[in-house]
Design a protein around this ligand. Structure first.
Ligand code: SF4
Length: 256
């Protein structure tokens, strides 16, 4: 169970006994220096977030960092990994921002990057992961594959947590979803309040129409010769949710 936070909460909260039940406390930060992070997230957000990360590490939380990769930090991926390593967190997770034909496109402004930019960043980081260059766990999604490669292995590249029911995201507004790309959209799976969880939604995340779209049921943009893969498709990176079914080496069994 991971709690994602912008790290702007008061220090008291981190001493709350409910926080101790978390398996993972994930901090979102968008630059390794305030000059990159603060114009996006607000004045002094970098300092507050870094202070909270250091406190979480000191208190023994399984602390992680999530970074959106955008135009202003796309050339600093190595610095970001070094920054996370120096902070003492267990892992860094990258989320590249593209225009994808999803609701989120409306609030990413003009900071998105191009698939070709990402492919070279991904390949470099993958090489370094394989060589054992990094001292912390680096999680990085592949995001694209050429159409001809996709056709050769539709099942593997069709990895989709929604189809598999392999995780849930619980939002503070009472919505429960599986796909993070549905954030800001009318699509959800269920909702909760203090008394109950209600299944079913007017715009269901698992409607027949959505389930028919492959490989991804949420990204609708045409990427030309590239097929957009799941934002969580992170092969050979010891992904926690993949370990049960050993997806990397036995992906067909994982779907059963
Ligand atoms: S991004 Fe696409 S493939 Fe991934 S969970 Fe969402 S719908 Fe499924």
């Amino acid at each position: 169970m991971r709690l994602d936070t912008n790290g702007q909460f008061t220090t008291d909260l981190i001493f709350n006994s409910s926080f101790n039940k978390l398996d993972n406390l994930g901090f979102s930060i968008d630059g390794h220096i305030p000059e990159i992070n603060d114009p996006i997230r607000g004045n002094n957000t970098y300092d507050r977030c870094v202070r909270m990360i250091r406190k979480a590490v000191e208190l023994g939380y399984y602390t992680t960092v999530t970074v959106c990769v955008h135009k202003k930090n796309m050339n600093t991926v190595d610095q970001l990994i070094a920054f996370a390593t120096e902070l003492g967190v267990k892992e860094i997770n990258f989320h590249p921002l593209f225009i994808m034909g999803v609701e989120r496109d409306k609030f990413t402004g003009g900071d998105h990057i191009r698939p070709n930019d990402w492919i070279s960043i991904y390949q470099n980081v993958r090489k370094n992961i394989e060589k054992g260059v990094y001292k912390i766990h680096v999680r990085i999604p592949q995001r694209f594959v050429e159409k001809s490669t996709y056709q050769k292995d539709v099942e593997r590249y069709g990895y989709c947590p929604v189809r598999m029911g392999e995780r849930i995201l619980v939002h503070p507004d009472g919505k429960i979803r599986i796909c993070a790309l549905c954030i800001g959209s009318p699509y959800f799976l269920a909702s909760y309040n203090r008394e109950e969880i209600k299944f079913g939604a007017p715009d269901s995340e698992i409607s027949k129409e959505r389930l028919e779209r492959r490989p991804c049921m949420t990204q609708t943009k045409d990427f030309g010769n590239f097929v957009p893969l799941c934002i969580s498709y992170k092969p050979y990176q010891n992904e926690h949710v993949w370990q049960r079914g050993a997806f990397d080496n036995n992906f067909q069994a994982f779907y059963k």
